[in-house]
Design a protein around this ligand. Structure first.
Ligand code: GLP
Length: 237
């Protein structure tokens, strides 16, 4: 794992944008794995600016998001579909039909997982996968204890994760209890992984990810086994 440390979230986001621009420039039909959360927000703004200036294009790209809450419709302000539309897709030239996010309103979440995983495989997996890091070490919504060989699956969210994400909802009861997430193995299939970690409160968990043992108690620790991972952070380890 390569660890790049920056003085600010701004510098971290610029470097991540450069790396994604490189994939867009060098890949005929780029497949981007995308994440939600506050960490990549600035990165998405920079990508939008560069697309508007004509420096990059998403015309030939397809995107696969890591996860979605079960029970939230795409137009719900708290759904990840809504987050992605507002924070990236509607401002860039990506074809809407090439933006994939699990359907949170499906009648049959298990079937949705199979469908989503098949789509991802069909696209050949992500050329570059962006990841954030949960306070408990989760990636996507793969909570501690998740099997490393998991593919896209339905998860019960940890109470700590629901609490961490409650800030976006009116009240705690509104925070979904379940989500569909790419599995750890689906994530590990990506050719390149960029793990973005910002803010001192993630220092302890980041240390475990980088220096600790590889254990499914800390899902992101599996990244130590991936051949092409860059951690971009504004935390001084
Ligand atoms: C969320 C998402 C993750 C995200 C993480 C960190 O629960 N499911 O994909 O990376 O938590 O979020 P943030 O960047 O807001 O700290």
């Amino acid at each position: 794992m390569k660890v790049l440390t920056f003085r600010s979230n701004e510098e971290m986001s610029k470097e991540a944008a450069d790396m994604i621009a490189n994939t867009l420039h060098t890949t005929e039909t780029p497949v981007l794995g995308l994440a939600t959360g506050s960490t990549p927000e600035r990165l998405y703004e920079i990508l939008i600016e560069r697309c508007k200036k004509g420096e990059i294009t998403f015309q030939h790209a397809s995107t696969f998001n890591l996860d979605e809450y079960v029970g939230l419709a795409g137009d719900d302000v708290n759904s990840y579909r809504h987050f992605m539309n507002e924070n990236l897709f509607k401002h860039i030239d990506v074809k809407k039909e090439n933006t994939y996010i699990p359907d949170g309103m499906t009648e049959d979440p298990e079937a949705e997982c199979t469908r989503y995983e098949a789509k991802l495989q069909e696209a050949g997996g992500a050329d570059v996968q962006i990841l954030g890091l949960g306070l408990n070490g989760h990636i996507g919504f793969n909570e501690p204890g998740t099997d490393f060989d998991s593919r896209t699956h339905v998860v019960t969210l940890d109470e700590t994760t629901r609490e961490a994400n409650a800030r976006f909802f009116d009240k705690m009861e509104d925070v979904p209890t379940h989500a569909v997430t790419m599995g750890i193995d689906s994530i590990m299939d990506a050719k390149e992984i960029l793990l973005l970690v910002s803010g001192e409160k993630k220092a302890d968990i980041l240390r475990k990810v980088v220096e600790g043992e590889v254990t499914n108690d800390v899902p992101a620790s599996i990244l130590q086994k991936h051949p092409n991972v860059t951690i971009l952070t504004d935390i001084q380890l």
